[in-house]
Design a protein around this ligand. Structure first.
Ligand code: DGJ
Length: 526
């Protein structure tokens, strides 16, 4: 495999995308530089030639740099062993024309926990490709991860697909592959078929019995035992997580053998704050509590990625924290298309994440007029348009840990950002004069800060204002703004449009309105 990688890397103009990790931080490297995915995801049924023109229109309107789009097993292998990659080729050609990178979503054995994207010839043969058997002995609408025939079929198709990419994507437009989509099961915590039951009653595999893994799962360290004995009332869920992860890990390994680019699995989340049981969420997927199981079972998968549809900033910030780990680059491949979620882009950048992508960019039969589309896209599109000229800098700063962020919470309380010998005080609300005015009921305020040098800061934000307090060696000194400029950051340089002063900076510091603005502020001591 290394030999293949070497050959591919050496002989093509474009090196393979890859992940780079150092000191617990991660970067996605594309064309040999850090790359942050300012992404958008297509609706589920939009990866078809007839839908692509309007998908690309929406993509262009967003100022994104990456399109996440599904490829469908039912389309790729309509008859067993007969593959058709024309759709994949079309996507690659059109991505080149639109200067867009692609993340392809392998909708195969699992889509939202079900087998709905399996080819017809598999759906017609439920005996060979069975679903999970529920506790009551009846099939559940979710494929069994414990059946060899299904695993073999998925591996065969994914191998053919990734082998095709070696030649089809010489320009490396595809930067990552998502394997399956929100794998796991709704409606049964695990498979109760006789095949699965036999495994469940057998000793827990050695990889999971590592003391560090058991500790991470917060269970007593024991030498051996079956699933029930080792994991108690979590045994059913942990067994299903292991089974699903083991299955997808083998698909990933086979694909990487052909084409070693980053691969990830997305998660339908559980409430990260209350430790609910798996009867309340999709069981077996990489929810926060089973990340150690997925890491042990599926080392070929690079990233476990949260799909964020939960609400409340406490909940969402906890999710982001839980998936940002030394062994797991932070990537948000899907989030709901609501204005209140836009601010988490700043949190992902501030944590050194590798990408962010709202779900459902294209029309999908909901919008008719172009004006409506732009109105719907605006909250995310405005952010992406503002970050577009500095996307490369943001990716680098993010990897280097140079970005800090403050996100408005439901209580609208002020927040402090530590910046060495300065503290930034961020107040939310877009009031004209009073710093404390809270007219922003929806808590959409946010600020991103990059320390350009000791006293100079790049600021980007909405619905907040910012002031500074000397701290550290500056503590107790008087200060003032030397200059505050509004403009854009392009190709490594700040391009001023105007100097902000007077009403625009007095009364509590520069103010950010509902549209994202970029400022460069320099402060001095007096
Ligand atoms: C999460 C899934 O991953 C997406 O494919 C989509 O079904 C959304 N939920 C809901 O629209």
């Amino acid at each position: 495999m290394l030999a293949t990688l070497h050959v591919i890397g050496q002989t093509r103009a474009h090196p393979l995308p890859r992940l780079f990790s150092a000191s617990g931080r991660h970067a996605l490297i594309v064309d040999e530089v850090p790359y942050f995915i300012f992404g958008v995801q297509a609706h589920n049924s939009s990866g078809w030639p007839a839908m692509l023109p309007q998908l690309w229109n929406a993509y262009e309107a967003m100022h994104a740099n990456t399109l996440e789009v599904p490829v469908y097993w039912e389309q790729i292998e309509p008859l067993s062993g007969q593959f058709d990659f024309s759709l994949v080729d079309t996507l690659i050609t059109q991505a080149i024309n639109h200067h867009a990178h692609l993340v392809l979503l392998w909708f195969a054995t699992w889509k939202n926990g079900s087998n709905h994207y399996m080819p017809e010839w598999m759906k017609r043969d439920a005996a060979k490709y069975p679903n999970v058997t529920g506790k009551n002995g009846k099939p559940v609408d979710s494929p069994s991860p414990n059946e060899e025939a299904t695993l073999e079929a998925d591996i065969k198709a994914f191998t053919a697909f990734t082998r095709h990419l070696v030649r089809a994507d010489e320009q490396r437009m595809i930067i990552m592959i998502q394997i399956e989509n929100e794998a796991g099961a709704w409606g049964s915590v695990r498979d109760y078929s006789s095949t699965a039951q036999k495994l469940f009653d057998s000793p827990v595999p050695a990889e999971l019995m590592e003391p560090s893994t058991l500790k991470a799962l917060q269970v007593p360290v024991v030498q051996s035992g079956n699933w029930k004995k080792v994991f108690g009332d979590r045994a059913d869920e942990y067994f299903h997580a292991w089974s699903v992860a083991r299955f997808i890990g083998q698909v990933a390994a086979a694909g990487k053998h052909e084409y070693p680019i980053p691969m990830y699995v997305n998660a339908a989340l559980r409430d990260p704050l209350t430790n609910p049981m798996a009867t309340n969420y999709e069981s077996g997927g990489p929810t926060d509590n089973v990340i150690p199981i997925w890491k042990a079972a599926a080392p070929a998968i690079n990233i476990l990625a949260p799909d964020i549809y939960l609400s409340s900033s406490e909940t969402i910030l906890k999710v982001i924290e839980l998936y940002d780990r030394p062994d797991n680059p932070l990537f948000v491949p899907e989030l709901g298309w609501d204005t209140e979620r836009v601010k988490y882009l700043y949190e992902v950048l501030a944590r050194g994440g590798i990408g962010f992508s709202p779900f459902g960019v294209d029309d999908n039969g909901r919008d008719s007029a172009q004006t409506e589309i732009s109105a719907r896209l605006a909250p995310f599109a405005n952010e992406y348009a503002t970050t577009e000229p500095m996307a490369g800098n943001l990716a680098k700063w993010s990897f280097e840990g140079k970005i800090k962020a403050a996100l408005e919470r439901e209580d609208h309380a002020d927040q402090i950002i530590n910046l060495g010998n300065w503290k930034a005080v961020v107040s939310f609300g877009s009031g004209e004069r009073k710093v404390s005015e809270k007219i922003n009921k929806e808590s959409n305020g946010k600020l991103l800060v990059v320390r350009l040098d000791e006293n100079r800061f790049l600021l980007m934000g909405t619905l907040c204002r910012v002031s500074f307090i000397p701290s550290g060696k500056n503590a107790g000194r008087e200060w003032q703004y030397l200059k505050v400029e509004e403009g854009s950051y392009e190709n490594g340089l700040f391009k001023p449009r105007r100097i902000l002063n007077g009403d625009e900076t007095d009364w509590g510091g520069p103010r950010f309105g509902p549209k994202p603005t970029v400022l460069q502020a320099e402060v001095i001591l007096r």
